[in-house]
Write a protein that binds this ligand. Structure first.
Ligand SMILES: Cc1cc2nc3c(=O)[nH]c(=O)nc-3n(C[C@H](O)[C@H](O)[C@H](O)COP(=O)(O)OP(=O)(O)OC[C@H]3O[C@@H](n4cnc5c(N)ncnc54)[C@H](O)[C@@H]3O)c2cc1C
Length: 510
């Protein structure tokens, strides 16, 4: 593994380790330690680690606070598989080319224009240099396998997934002398005149204050906070399943907004997919996703269809199905296929409910038998015979049905029939804080904070007003994490910001 060592690294680490716990004082009657550092990074996922490594590259002392225990470190980033990268020519892990224009147009389409073009284009250009930088810290890549939503041209896949990625970064961070504290929950921070001070962290039931020159917030969204989701979605939120870690409760985001940071995004906007309803409430990860929706029909609790399952290719539609299921009674739906479709999609980790007749299937799913039988027979009658090909937008559609199924409409006529229960699986939220090109948090009056930066989900709403293109979550975290860490580190060292000297490819002239 090629870990970058900087001249600053080895000599200062010993001094740094003894100085990090610098003084003892009383907080709320508990004996408490004041922690001191140049750059404080809040969070322990991809954006936080990129920031910590980049700040350390600049020679700064870095303290990283991860709320999770060590075994569960890495936030939602440990569930990921890839990041989306612009590239002008084929690389070892990416096919053909993916230009800035094409990337931006993909983003523009899914967000319906709700994106900050300047930040989005900067992110896209900077994505070109991500894989090289990541390799430098031991991240390995692999060619995409089947069932990966046809992303081989646009997305670079991590060998070993996000877990291997965060492990590589933690290893590198430790070797470079980044101080890491686990089960360290930031409980409060204050911002006065645009400057962040008095950060409080709870470790082992004791509260500590942190004296940091610079603060990078990379603590994720609020997707694991069902009460907060409930404010936006009402009681339906109780039935959401959180695909990622239980630690992203938006605590630090709330603090920033309370302290006058400018808010961006809409609390109801998020990435949510339809996942297997049998998934655990938290941390089910990628294996609970269901990719057979476009190959059959989807019915609600009343046995009725409610949306065109074949509207477009699954990679372009999977991210709308979480919201669609969320709007159904009791937030439950069922994807039903027949045996012709088995083997054509990546299955869920849970086996399907199977039956030889639609009647038996309805009984097994506790759905109204007559309603389901009518839905299936209406659907079968409406299908128009054509050549089925799920790799193209084929001509298999329905006629005279509401809602229509516009592609891949095949009669459900070959038992056994299989069904998977579906629930909305929330991936991450988009409400966040506004930032500028240097990843500085903007205050409500539009001025950038003097020492507060944000990266990752906590600011993803600057680029994702709505919708999603697969792999951009990790791109945003990597690009803004690197910028935040670098700018914070440079500021500590009294160096000029690098962001002004960023070249066309998004490389910093460091
Ligand atoms: C199942 C799944 C699959 C995904 N697949 C992909 C993919 O392939 N590609 C892609 O681009 N995106 C993917 N995503 C989205 C991706 O995970 C996020 O966009 C990305 O990980 C965000 O990184 P982050 O560092 O901002 O947040 P996270 O990685 O979630 O890190 C947030 C960190 O903050 C910590 N934290 C929270 N509160 C506190 C506190 N009060 N004090 C201290 N620490 C705190 C958490 O413990 C955590 O370590 C996926 C998400 C899920 C759930």
């Amino acid at each position: 593994m090629a870990v970058r060592s900087r001249e600053h690294g080895t000599t200062s680490i010993a001094v740094w380790k003894t100085s990090v716990y610098s003084c003892i004082h009383m907080v709320n009657g508990n004996v408490s330690t004041a922690l001191k550092t140049d750059v404080l990074v809040i969070g322990g996922g991809n954006a936080a680690l990129c920031a910590a490594l980049s700040a350390r590259e600049e020679g700064a002392e870095v303290l990283l606070l991860e709320r999770a225990p060590k075994d569960f470190r890495g936030g939602n980033s440990r569930h990921t598989r890839n990041l989306r990268c612009m590239h002008d020519a084929p690389t070892e892990v990416l096919e053909d080319a993916y230009s800035e224009e094409e990337y931006f147009n993909d983003l523009l389409r899914v967000t319906g224009g709700r994106t900050d073009e300047r930040l989005a284009r900067m992110t896209i250009r900077a994505s070109a240099s991500c894989t090289g930088w990541m390799r430098g810290y031991g991240v390995l890549f692999q060619r995409p396998l089947g069932g990966t939503l046809h992303l081989g041209r646009t997305n670079a896949f991590f060998l070993g997934g996000g877990k291997a990625l965060v492990n590589a970064y933690y290893r590198a961070a430790e070797q470079m002398g980044v101080r890491i504290l686990y089960e360290a929950r930031v409980t409060d921070l204050q911002v006065r005149d645009g400057r962040c001070g008095d950060v409080r962290v709870e470790i082992d039931g004791k509260e500590h204050s942190v004296d940091a020159a610079m603060v990078v917030v990379a603590s994720g969204g609020f997707e694991a906070n069902l009460e907060w989701l409930g404010e936006a979605w009402g009681p339906a939120a109780e039935n959401f399943i959180v695909r990622g870690c239980p630690y992203n409760r938006g605590e630090v985001l709330r603090m920033l907004l309370r302290e006058g940071a400018a808010e961006i995004g809409d609390p109801t906007q998020c990435h949510a997919v339809a996942i297997d309803a049998r998934a655990p409430k938290f941390d089910g990860g990628i294996v609970t996703r269901l990719d057979c929706v476009s190959l059959g029909i989807v019915v609600n609790r009343d046995g009725e269809r409610f949306y065109d399952e074949g509207e477009d290719f699954w990679p372009k539609r999977y991210a709308i199905w979480g919201r669609l299921v969320a709007r159904q009674p009791e937030q439950i739906a069922y994807s039903i296929i027949d045996s012709k479709m088995i083997g054509r999609f990546m299955p869920s980790v849970f086996p399907p409910v199977q039956a030889d007749t639609i009647e038996e299937l309805a009984v097994a799913l506790d759905l109204p038998v007559l309603a389901l039988q009518r839905t299936v027979s209406d659907f079968n009658r409406a299908t128009v015979a054509a050549e089925f090909d799920h790799t193209v937008l084929d001509g298999c559609h329905t006629r005279g049905l509401t809602p229509e199924k516009t592609h891949w409409a095949q009669p459900l006529d070959t038992p056994p029939f299989s069904a998977y229960p579906l629930r909305p699986g929330i991936t991450f939220t988009y409400l966040g804080v506004k930032v500028d090109q240097a990843a500085r948090v903007l205050m409500a009056d539009g001025t950038p904070s003097a020492n507060l930066f944000a990266a990752g989900e906590v600011m993803a709403g600057n680029i994702l007003g709505e919708g999603y293109v697969a792999g951009i979550g990790m791109t945003i975290g990597t690009v803004f994490g690197r910028i935040a860490g670098r700018e914070a580190g440079r500021q500590v060292a009294g160096r000029a910001p690098a962001v002004a000297s960023m070249d066309k490819e998004g490389h910093h002239a460091a």
